[in-house]
Design a protein. Structure first.
Length: 422
């Protein structure tokens, strides 16, 4: 996935998949990916997260976090939901009224027979209570994990957990959301540990968010560990409806109620005013991108659009073959500005560094990428890339990208890209 600060579920939503820029991906991690990472998705698409940087261009408060592996003597990594980012405070622990042993016992009670070995848990004296282990129903060992947290039910973290990821950004086999009678929303997702499918490890996920802000997330794999273990079965052990039953069980309520409510998420304020098409707002980057395209008089028909947070894309369809255009905005972490210096790369009068590249894409056959990468003097990095295909993983659909390099420069150098206020 594209520029993301420390992100990555994750980002359930995902540097393993839809790669925009290798330099940027170092900041991104895995993603919507696990979007949940996307909590990753998208994710997007299961992820324990740290608070994301406040830097966002045209995305406001919507952001993800890094996957955070669970410690302990086990090969199962517990995927914990993202951290609420409302006022800079992280999640808070409860009273400890529900112990780690009780969390594990609940998970065992809800699994349909079989054995749970190597169990690891955290109780409500921790910020994110969890239970995980290796489940064996006799058909192949499989890692399973469950985590609890409190989120703002109207905030971006809740949305990230229960929205199906964008299929232009991640590969998955199935995703649906359901509204329950109590007002809860459940997202059910069948995807892959690696979005580029370099290994056959599958991860199936269920996430529930209630009107009170209770978030329950369960994950299962078709291998005895999330990463680094050979696949032991064709699919994870629990059918998706059983995974749904796992996250909707009333057994989790005592632990959820012991956790303090999440702080409401603060909406980002624009420092550039509301008049600029690139001004910072609580919205997706793709909306700012489309506003900017319109402002520059670029009227090529758009076949699809999407993105997450500070990443946005559109797919043009002018009748000559579809063409992907993507935007990434992030904080530059390279103090030496490697790749941006040299006699052929003089800075602009205002000090902005610009690097223009044209060459083959990293994935699909015959794919060409044109890219304009910029760094402002305050470290803000804006990158615009265009491709001669709608899918970087596919094949070329036209000779060149739909937009010229001059147009890409206009987009990347447009005034108004700025920082979010902490």
């Amino acid at each position: 996935m594209p520029f993301e600060d420390e992100l990555g579920v994750a980002l359930r939503r995902a540097g393993d998949g839809f790669t925009a820029d290798r330099d940027a991906l170092a900041e991104a991690g895995e993603q919507r990916g696990r979007q949940l990472v996307a909590v990753r998705r998208r994710a997007a698409v299961a992820g324990g997260s740290a608070v994301a940087l406040a830097l966002i261009a045209a995305a406001g408060a919507y952001s993800g976090g890094l996957l955070d592996g669970n410690g302990g003597d086990t090969s199962v990594y517990v995927a914990a939901p993202p951290t609420p980012t409302g006022d800079g405070k992280g999640p808070r622990a409860g009273s400890g009224g529900v112990t780690a042993e009780q969390m594990i016992a609940n998970l065992r009670a809800l699994l349909p027979g079989g054995q749970l070995t190597g169990p690891v848990g955290r109780g409500t004296d921790d910020q994110v209570p969890t239970a995980s282990g290796v489940y064996d129903d006799g058909k192949g060992k499989a890692a399973v994990s469950l985590s609890l947290s409190r989120v703002d039910p109207y905030g971006s973290q809740a949305r990230a957990g229960i929205e199906c990821g964008d299929k232009n950004l991640e590969q998955y086999d199935y995703c649906r959301t359901e509204q329950l009678a109590d007002g809860s929303t459940v997202m059910l997702h069948k995807g892959y540990e690696y979005t580029d499918r370099r290994e056959d490890t599958k991860v199936w996920r269920a996430v529930r968010v209630t009107p009170q802000g209770f978030m329950v997330e369960a994950n299962e794999w078709n291998a005895p560990a999330e990463k680094g273990a050979a696949v032991s079965r064709s699919n994870p052990p629990l059918p998706i409806d059983q995974l749904k039953s796992l996250v909707t069980s009333e057994l989790w309520y005592p632990a959820l109620k012991d956790l303090p409510a999440a702080e409401p998420e603060a909406q980002a304020e624009s420092e550039a005013g509301t008049g600029s098409p690139t001004a910072l707002r609580d919205r997706q980057a793709v909306e700012a991108l489309e506003d900017l395209l319109a402002g520059l008089g670029i009227k090529i028909p758009v076949a699809s659009r999407g993105g997450e947070g500070r990443y946005g894309y559109v797919v043009f369809d002018d009748g000559k073959g579809k063409s992907l255009l993507q935007l990434n905005v992030s904080e530059n972490q390279d103090s030496g500005h490697s790749g941006f210096t040299g006699p052929n790369l003089p800075p602009l009068p205002d000090g902005t560094l610009v690097r223009v590249t044209q060459g083959p894409g990293e994935k699909g056959e015959g794919v060409t990428e044109w890219k304009v990468d910029t760094i402002r003097t305050d470290g803000l990095r804006v990158t615009v890339s265009a491709f001669n295909t709608a899918d970087q993983n596919g094949t070329a659909t036209r000779a060149e990208p739909a937009l010229t390099l001059d147009r890409l420069k206009e987009l990347a150098l447009a005034p108004g890209w700025n920082r979010a206020r902490n």
